[in-house]
Design a protein around this ligand. Structure first.
Ligand SMILES: *Cc1c(COP(=O)(O)O)cnc(C)c1O
Length: 465
């Protein structure tokens, strides 16, 4: 053992090796040195534990250094293949952007822009002016404000309109969405005082009315975006709340969540609020996300009566929540697509995936399955019907019939195989169901297919080792 330890090449010797100098043009020197140190340490450990009985060549050691260094310099945020069938998957980055939005983002990133410059006057402009015209046009709202995300929008609205005052909201709408966003907590941080009324399953307009006092500052509704209350239930509609607000001179606010612009899912029988309809009902303020059903960049969009939007704009919090130029570029070009409903449905990936024709999905699933079957990998492969979800806090409890490739590995456990898929260069994220891996084709992009097949092959090779 001692003999082996003594045979480990010296650092100088490795650094002088000709393949080392090739590495130095790709990787920073300090990264290489750290990787070298860890490689040698590991080697020493392997000798001491008897794991290896001969010293690897210098080339082999340098190869190891390279793979460690590569990990150090490659970004942690990377592309994955979403085979979960959840279209707006919050853990996988929510919406994929339309091509025009990607182009706009690239453009805004590589050139100077008029982000805060008024080209007409030749003076300082405001970043809050971008997107406003088109949002007003699409929603019919008097005015709008774009912030960093909808959680920020909720905080800003509550702080601006109801700081130190009571906000009346139904107990059935005290939502928690992922990432520890809870209405009661955000309310507290905003400085507004939560005044919950009714019960979890039933709240009447009288409950709101009875709760009004001189301390009341706002009526709020929040879309129950990730659950449904079924059975003996009653929540009041936006119209009822608006008329109560008018009667008492109190503002009304809807946190709509997802940003549905037109009711494109026929017969879905869900109460996903359509932004345009809600504004027509006369509500004072609505806020919603940019990267959920709207299918654009992460943003919080606040629309409504001009006086309230102006008040939000002059709140110092707005500066802390401001969107960056890439957000605005992506959002604006996505919104432009909405000017034509047909074009929006075809070119906004989130909408297109929801509306995708089942036969197309089935055919793609079959083609991919057949390709895999022909490769005679140690896998049972078949095409199966499955159900996709819209996800991202929209259409809770609503499923879209879809097709998937079901795979059962032979000679290894399903968990090991699933883990292998996650550690690929382009990880594949699937779900386990009844001892099989289910790859829902609805969310596998057409341009993912080559890497999908490649990934399955790689994960299935040397499966018994
Ligand atoms: C998603 C959601 C939010 C938070 O929006 P983000 O864009 O994720 O910040 C707030 N309210 C509701 C009802 C939501 O569904």
């Amino acid at each position: 053992m001692k003999n082996l330890l003594r045979q480990i090449p010296k650092v100088d010797e490795i650094i002088r090796h000709k393949t080392w100098s090739e590495l130095t043009s790709y990787y920073p020197e300090n990264i290489l040195k750290t990787s070298l140190r860890s490689s040698l340490e590991e080697l020493r450990k392997d000798i001491l534990t008897g794991k290896i009985t001969s010293i690897p060549s210098i080339e082999k050691i340098i190869e190891k250094v390279e793979s460690l260094s590569k990990m150090e310099v490659s970004p942690n945020l990377k592309r994955v293949i979403n085979a979960t069938g959840v279209i707006i998957h919050t853990n996988l980055g929510r919406s994929i952007l339309p091509e025009s939005a990607v182009d706009a983002i690239k453009h805004a990133a590589s050139y100077y822009t008029n982000l805060e410059y008024d080209l007409e006057k030749g003076t300082r402009g405001s970043r809050y002016n971008h997107c406003i015209k088109i949002i007003k046009k699409l929603t019919g709202a008097q005015d709008a404000l774009v912030v960093n995300n909808n959680a920020g929008a909720v905080l800003l609205v509550l702080n601006t309109i109801a700081e130190g005052r009571e906000v009346i909201i139904s107990r059935g709408e005290l939502i928690e969405i992922g990432g520890s966003f809870r209405i009661p907590d955000v309310m507290k941080k905003s400085g507004a005082i939560l005044k919950e009324v009714g019960t979890t399953n039933r709240t009447y307009i009288e409950d709101y009315e009875k709760a009004i006092s001189s301390a009341t500052g706002l009526f709020m509704k929040a879309h129950t975006s990730n659950y449904v209350i079924k059975g003996f239930t009653k929540q009041i509609g936006t119209e009822e709340l608006v008329s109560l607000g008018k009667k008492y001179g109190l503002p009304t606010y809807l946190d709509a969540g997802s940003g549905l612009m037109f009711p494109f899912i026929k017969g879905s029988n869900t109460d996903e609020p359509c932004i345009v309809d809600e504004i027509k009902k006369g509500i004072d303020i609505i806020s919603f996300s940019g990267d959920k059903l709207l299918g654009a960049t992460q943003a919080g969009i606040i629309i409504g009566k001009k006086s309230f939007i102006e008040a939000c704009k002059s709140n110092p919090l707005t500066r802390a929540l401001r969107p960056d130029k890439l957000t605005l570029a992506g959002l604006e070009s996505t919104l432009i697509l909405y000017l034509d409903e047909k074009r929006a449905m075809e070119s906004i990936p989130t909408l297109k995936m929801i509306k995708e024709n089942q036969t197309i999905i089935k055919n793609r699933a079959r083609l991919l399955s057949n390709k895999l079957k022909k490769l005679t990998l140690p896998l049972y492969v078949e095409t199966v019907p499955t159900e996709s979800e819209i996800g991202g806090g929209s259409f809770p409890d609503f499923k879209l019939p879809s097709y998937a490739i079901a795979i059962k590995p032979i000679g290894t456990s399903i968990d090991t195989f699933e883990k292998r898929l996650r550690s690929l260069d382009v990880p594949i994220i699937a779900r386990i169901e009844k001892e099989r891996l289910i790859f829902d084709v609805r969310t596998i992009l057409k341009r993912d297919e080559v890497d999908f097949i490649r990934g399955i092959i790689e994960a299935a090779s040397n499966i018994n080792q």
